[in-house]
Design a protein around this ligand. Structure first.
Ligand SMILES: C[S@@+](CC[C@H](N)C(=O)[O-])C[C@H]1O[C@@H](n2cnc3c(N)ncnc32)[C@H](O)[C@@H]1O
Length: 337
């Protein structure tokens, strides 16, 4: 994890990282990859350079431990490194760059345009498919098994307030509403919300409501829910770690976050035909993101299907620690860990 004491770099590691980044294009690549997970072709488009040239720069940055590279089917993504000795240096360099340099201003504008294209593609898909979503997802796996696993975790947590991020047609709220005090669904698609409203009314879920919102910037206060669910949404995210951190922010101490998504797979058509950004997630990366967000991951559950396996990752928000107040201080002061 970033900044942990055993992640400090040796002089040799620092010098090779500094040498690798001491070139204008490579510094720009570092800044861009700190803003999201990007492919070589996207980076080449932003920088206005050829793909082989950009690939060579990326290779050097990866070898120096400043970037992480991961392959998903035919796509290779790059992101700023986490959990290796040069990670802290990478983040310091990005912070030191600021955003005022004219080259970076242009890079970030082009990056914003690329993200907008991705978002528009996903939004168009959702608009076209909103009425049929329930049918489409039933093609992948038997949803009843997943719903039973999710219900078991939420029932054990007995939440007062439940948040369903990326609620879609409202199915998760529909099954969990009887187990909770109040349920709120958030989604960025008005079409999906329109369908969810109809479904929840039909199901008689009087304790449930849905609202427009973005999972990266939830329009909700800190520590306001006992349980948060992200069900089959994360594979659309270009910043899954940020989505998890935002979910953790609104979770009360002791509360549970349940992420349900696919285990790593190679079904490229889900990307081409269904706008999936990620082809599943490994247990380790989800556990790392949750731990970085202040959550304690429980052992994952895998529900094997053909060909897709669904994973259920539950994590619990670390409780606030009550520190015995010294004689002079006000009693009952609560400090966050
Ligand atoms: C595959 S559907 C899953 C819906 C629901 N969770 C379920 O399992 O039935 C994914 C949903 O995530 C929503 N979504 C995608 N990106 C989002 C974002 N940035 N903020 C909020 N919702 C988002 C989409 O609009 C869509 O309704």
């Amino acid at each position: 994890m970033v900044g942990a004491p055993d992640d400090t770099a040796s002089i040799g590691e620092l010098l090779s990282a500094l040498r690798a980044v001491a070139e204008p294009t490579r510094l720009r690549l570092l800044v861009l990859c700190s803003r999201g997970e990007l492919t070589v072709s996207e980076l080449a488009q932003i920088l206005g350079q050829s793909q082989p040239r950009v690939s060579r720069h990326l290779k050097l940055l990866c070898e120096a431990g400043l970037l992480d590279r991961f392959r998903e089917g035919s796509w290779v993504f790059y992101r700023i490194s986490a959990g290796n000795p040069a990670s802290a240096l990478a983040r310091h360099l990005v912070a030191a760059c600021g955003e005022a340099d004219p080259a970076l201003v242009l890079d970030l504008q082009r990056l914003a345009a690329i993200k907008q294209q991705r978002a528009a593609r996903a939004a168009a898909y959702f608009r076209e498919n909103a009425p049929h979503w329930d049918r489409i997802r039933s093609l992948y796996i038997d949803e009843r098994e997943v719903e039973a696993a999710l219900t078991e975790i939420i029932t054990a947590a007995a939440p007062g307030d439940l948040l369903d991020i990326g609620t879609g047609t409202g199915r998760v709220i529909e099954i969990l509403a009887p187990q909770v005090g109040q349920a709120l669904g958030i989604d960025q698609s008005r079409e999906m919300l329109a369908i969810a409203r109809v479904n929840l009314e039909r199901a008689g879920a009087a304790n449930a409501m849905v609202r427009l919102g973005d999972m990266y910037q939830l329009p909700l206060p800190d520590a306001s829910f006992d349980a948060v669910v992200i069900h089959q949404v994360l594979h659309y995210a270009d910043r899954p770690a940020a989505a998890i951190a935002e979910a953790a922010r609104v979770l009360r101490p002791g509360g549970v976050l349940v992420v349900v998504d696919f285990a790593p797979h190679e079904l490229e058509f889900l990307r081409d035909e269904h706008a999936h950004h990620r082809l599943g997630f490994s247990d380790t990366e989800v556990a790392d993101w949750c731990a970085e967000a202040g959550l304690d991951p429980a052992p994952p559950r895998h529900l094997a299907g053909d060909p897709l396996t669904v994973a259920v990752w539950a994590s619990y928000r670390r409780p606030a620690i009550r520190i015995e107040a010294p004689a002079a201080a006000p009693a009952g002061e609560v400090l966050q860990p």
